[in-house]
Design a protein around this ligand. Structure first.
Ligand code: DAH
Length: 368
């Protein structure tokens, strides 16, 4: 504040000028320390209010000379303005700080990343069978296979007849079937809950031309007496490859690759003859029980081996049912038990855990 050009001031003028400057300095140092708006307004009242210290000082102006009034008047106004300006700035600064704090506290993550994490944990995730199914799908997709789906309610043709299992064949007794009490359809087909995913073999073959390869995962149903290794509803994954000059070594290659990828190590396997009407020759591919390490337990029925992969070369009758000429093309098929695989992978000793719906069990698996 330049006020020197109207000097010399009389004594009162000098005192007022010094007093106002002192008050302003005092105000400045106090306002900078304040943290809430009420305190700022109180401080303003202490200086500019009716009984405020600046207001009180200015009362002496009445006694000043005209010359002094000319100098002190504008100076006082300028100090009042500066105080008011600082008060306003401080109020805005405090308000902004408070808003920022509130925003930080009630932060809303519009990407939902944090809240999703929480809700996935709260609401669960994928079942271990689904996890392993997706993993196997990825393995086969990477080897050029398609992934097919099929109906749970099937007809007798696709579940049995097309697979070389006619009505009077004893192989039907191997699969305790849930039949529907429906009338035969005009084509003479009764309905049932599919007992295996092999139903997809003929459906897949008749809708594509060789060469092709596909897998078909899904639920299957059998009227089983349940125990540690049997359930009425379980999961299989059917696979098929059709082309020219396909051999058993192709089959073994794909099966070994699959097991190595799933268990992330070479798993000990054995191949023995197995009878399935839809393959010839047919095999049972067993793997060393990973629950007991081959010592014998309830899962492997004390044998140390678990059947995981029945398979074989597709029977000519099945190829014919799928409109494929067995003189020209051949192929292999396999049916994988997904539940058993899950049990081996995670060391689960009883298949009934898988359908128990017990969250203490299901929440143990990686879910996303
Ligand atoms: N469908 C058979 C079952 O559920 C499993 C099976 C065996 C599937 C041999 C196949 C196969 O594709 O070749 O018992």
């Amino acid at each position: 504040m330049k006020i020197c050009h109207l000097e010399p001031l009389a004594k009162l003028g000098m005192i007022m000028k010094e007093k106002l400057e002192e008050l302003y300095k005092e105000f400045e140092s106090q306002v900078s320390l304040l943290k809430n708006q009420a305190d700022v307004l109180n401080l303003k009242a202490e200086y500019l209010g009716k009984k405020g210290s600046i207001t009180e000082t200015l009362k002496f102006l009445k006694k000043a000379t005209v010359e002094e009034k000319k100098v002190i008047g504008p100076m006082a106004n300028s100090i009042k303005e500066k105080v008011q300006k600082q008060v306003n700035q401080k109020l805005v600064e405090i308000e902004k700080k408070e808003i920022d704090q509130k925003l930080e506290k009630n932060k809303l993550d519009i990407s939902f990343r944090d809240s999703l994490k929480e809700s996935v944990l709260l609401h669960g995730g994928l079942h271990p069978v689904t996890l392993i199914q997706q993993e196997i799908e990825d393995i086969f997709l990477s080897m050029g296979f398609e992934v097919l789906d099929g109906p749970h309610i099937e007809d007798e043709f696709h579940n049995f007849e097309a697979l070389n299992i006619p009505g009077d064949h004893p192989a039907r007794d191997m699969q305790d079937t849930f039949w529907f009490h429906d009338k035969e359809t005009p084509e003479g087909k009764r309905h049932l809950l599919r007992t295996h995913t092999s139903t997809i073999q003929v459906r897949g073959m008749s809708t594509r031309k060789p060469p092709f390869r596909f897998i078909a995962p899904g639920k299957v149903f059998r009227c089983e007496r349940t125990d540690a290794s049997h359930e009425m509803v379980f999961h299989q994954l059917e696979g098929m490859m059709v082309g020219k000059d396909i051999s058993v070594s192709n089959l073994i290659y794909f099966m070994k690759t699959l097991l190595r990828e799933i268990f992330r190590k070479d798993v000990e396997v054995r191949l023995r003859p197995g009878f399935f009407p839809f393959v010839e020759p047919g095999f049972e591919l067993d793997m060393k029980c990973l629950i007991c390490n081959g010592k014998g337990c309830s899962v492997c029925k004390q044998t140390g081996w678990v059947e995981v992969l029945p398979c074989g070369m597709i029977h000519p009758n099945v190829l014919k049912a799928g409109n494929i000429d067995p003189e020209e093309h051949n192929g292999f098929a396999f049916g994988l038990g997904l539940d058993r695989l899950v049990m081996m992978r995670y060391g689960i000793e009883d298949i009934r855990h898988l359908h128990s719906g017990d969250l203490r069990f299901t929440s143990q698996f990686k879910s996303y």
